[in-house]
Design a binder for this molecule. Structure first.
Ligand code: BG6
Length: 662
């Protein structure tokens, strides 16, 4: 038997290349009346059915305290308005596949009491006979973690461990709320069940682009030799969410982004990206290396936390008239009005092993930010500029390998290329691989591969107890420090829709680096200057942009100083002041400024100051001139603005721009 990649993940292949089905089993979903079952688990099972991967000897038994019969449960799951027809992820809905799946779905009402679990056992035994599931049972805990211990005990007492067939348990996150509770939970579960029977879910491992991290690293000979501190300058993990807490304030306020995103999803990606090559692709070989990697991450002393970790919480957004448009976190439903819960965190970690010693590992994640996007940026060391002596090249950039995890899925590599022409001038360019261009695949929930692998006893994509504890070990001092130092007036410290708190920039800047913001054409097109622009122009501008954040009140450009760059406001407001300090205009999202000094090579004619927190893209003089030369339509648009704003007429020769180091 070999292993191959299908359009949702890794499935086994028989000797003759045929698909290998999930194993026969009864899948018992505990907590089946909740949202997870309807929105994710049933659509995932439906995808497996459509792809022909679900065994005929597979059936579902949903259970929860809600009183329902089989028919009502089926209706709930398949219903047009609020069921599979709404939540399926395929381009076209297949009613026949839906019927085939739903006819194998059953329901029984169960409370958490012991006696009910004996009844549950009888029902499973009945279904086992009907479907010929060989005694195999897959339990899916779709309930709050506080019930996990009791569920394990009751299943054990009801005798589910006995008899023929395998018994496996999928446990949803969060696995504990801190190191102590995670250890306790592991203890409670492992009192009745073996580690091999426990499948701890992290839905990030169900993502194709995350699974591909291992395939990329270990099946392409050219990258692994460079994967160490000799060649890599720093690694950045960025999980940026534009959504706020979306009505989940009650849960979120006792969680925060460190528990909700970093300790689990982001540490999983960190482990995949940085672990040592495993001895094989067997589940335990991979899981050993992941655990070893997390165990090598330095656990901070409490006093080190403020030096290496930044926290943030979003404040409200305001309309143009100054009224609150959308609430800040402390005003969200079910959130403490004085809450110190962080909705944003940025951290610098150290991996204390031979491979990564000295390479900064940066993580950041937050809610209510400027865009949705998850990326991992591997920044390579720059070559010495001295190698270019005797040429006009005055700056060399790093090569960056960017894993676009979502929503855009792909991989990009940036490097410098010589601009065609008789002189030696360089430009950053990129090579891109997009999943959509290379593969024909439907969209999946990520749970397909989880259920499928568990049914086949493949634990590769699930967390082992030691990994979960290692992850909590790293998070614990940060949680401790924050709980003993409430945020108070420090929060809110970033505006909805921004890039996060400025302190996150200072964190990387203090080490001579900066966050790499992945800009998309859509973001650039928010500026009228770039609306409907040629894709080549957008791509060239995107790759040349640098990002900076400034606090309200900070001066961005000062009158009378030389002009070296122009700015584009991604988010925020800035005021333009004349020589007497009078505000002459206000600029906002999508506006640009600082272009006149570059267009006509004169010193700054006005001061520009941030009125609110401002997130800005910067275009350096050299790139500016080059882009103006190559894209006359942009030059024309810009000179028109200059004419309106400053009554300045710019000649074509001026647009050629001064050389970068003149
Ligand atoms: C969940 C968190 O685990 O992951 C949510 O509880 C978060 O707060 C979500 O929004 C993000 O998942 P994804 O797949 O949308 O990146």
């Amino acid at each position: 038997m070999s292993v191959t990649t299908t359009n949702f993940g890794t499935v086994a292949q028989g000797a003759r290349g045929e698909k290998v089905l999930s194993e026969p089993c009864i899948m018992v979903i505990l907590g089946a009346s909740g949202d997870l079952t309807k929105r994710l688990l049933v659509p995932a099972l439906y995808n497996l059915e459509c792809d022909g991967l679900l065994s005929q000897n597979f059936a579902v038994l949903g259970t929860s305290r809600t009183e329902l019969n089989d028919e009502q449960f089926r209706e709930n799951m398949a219903g047009k308005e609020d069921g599979l027809e709404k939540f399926h992820t395929r381009q076209q809905f297949d009613p026949a596949a839906c019927d085939r799946l739903v006819s194998r779905m059953h329901y029984t009402t169960t409370s958490i009491s012991e006696q009910d679990f004996f009844r549950l056992k009888e029902r499973v035994a009945e279904l086992d006979k009907v479907y010929g599931a060989n005694g195999n049972v897959l339990f899916y805990f779709a309930m709050a973690p506080r019930f996990f211990g009791a569920l394990c005990e009751n299943l054990y007492k009801a005798g589910f461990r006995d008899g023929p067939g395998w018994k496996r348990i999928i446990v949803e996150k969060p696995f504990g709320t801190d190191l102590e509770s995670a250890r306790q939970l592991n203890e409670e579960i492992l009192k009745y069940w073996d580690e091999e029977q426990i499948y701890r879910v992290d839905h990030y491992l169900g993502k194709e682009t995350v699974q591909n991290l291992l395939a990329f690293r270990f099946t392409n000979g050219m990258f692994e030799p460079l994967w160490n501190s000799n060649y890599i300058d720093n690694i950045q993990f960025n999980v940026c969410e534009s959504v706020d807490v979306q009505g989940r304030g009650g849960y979120y306020d006792s969680s925060g982004v460190l528990r909700d995103m970093m300790q689990n999803h982001m540490f999983q990606m960190l482990a995949y990206l940085c672990m040592e090559p495993p001895g094989s692709f067997e589940a335990n070989a991979i899981r050993n290396e992941k655990a070893k990697l997390l165990q090598a991450v330095r656990v901070y002393e409490p006093a080190e936390v403020p030096k290496f970790v930044v926290r943030g919480q979003y404040g409200p957004s305001f309309s143009k008239e100054g009224s609150v448009e959308r609430p800040g976190y402390r005003q969200e439903k079910d959130v403490n009005s004085n809450s110190s819960t962080e909705t944003y965190a940025a951290a610098r970690f150290h991996i204390d092993n031979l491979r990564w010693q000295g390479v900064p590992i940066y993580l950041r994640s937050g809610k209510a930010l400027w865009k949705r996007g998850t990326e991992i940026v591997v920044e390579f060391k720059k070559p010495p500029l001295a190698t270019m002596r005797g040429s006009s090249v005055s700056r060399l950039d790093s090569n960056r390998l960017i894993f676009h995890i979502q929503p855009y899925q792909g991989i990009g590599l940036t490097f410098q290329a010589k601009i065609p022409g008789p002189t030696l001038e360089l430009q950053q360019v990129d090579m891109k691989f997009g999943y959509g261009d290379a593969f024909k695949a439907s969209r999946y929930t990520g749970y397909e591969v989880m259920i499928y692998s568990c049914s086949r006893g493949d634990a590769t994509l699930f967390s082992r107890g030691d990994l979960v504890e290692a992850a909590w070990q790293i998070a614990q001092p940060i949680l401790d420090y924050w709980s003993s130092h409430p945020a108070g007036d420090e929060f809110p410290n970033y505006m909805r829709g921004s890039w996060g708190p400025k302190a996150a920039n200072d964190l990387v800047r203090s080490e001579g680096r900066r966050w790499h913001e992945v800009v998309t054409p859509e973001v650039l097109e928010r500026s009228p200057l770039f609306q409907g622009a040629d894709p080549l122009l957008l791509r060239t501008v995107i790759i040349s942009l640098r990002s900076i954040s400034v606090e309200a009140g900070e001066t961005i450009i000062e009158i009378g100083t030389p002009a070296r760059e122009m700015y584009l406001i991604c988010q925020g407001e800035a005021e333009v002041l004349d020589a007497s300090g009078k505000v002459v205009s206000t600029l906002k999202d999508g506006d640009f400024f600082g272009e006149i000094g570059l267009l006509v090579s004169i010193d700054r004619t006005a001061t520009v100051r941030a009125k609110t927190q401002c997130d800005l893209f910067v275009l350096e003089q050299g790139d500016f001139s080059r882009i103006m030369r190559d894209h006359p339509q942009l030059a024309e648009a810009m000179t028109n603005v200059a004419k309106e704003r400053y009554q300045v007429t710019v000649s074509a020769s001026q647009l050629m721009g001064p050389a970068e180091n003149s």
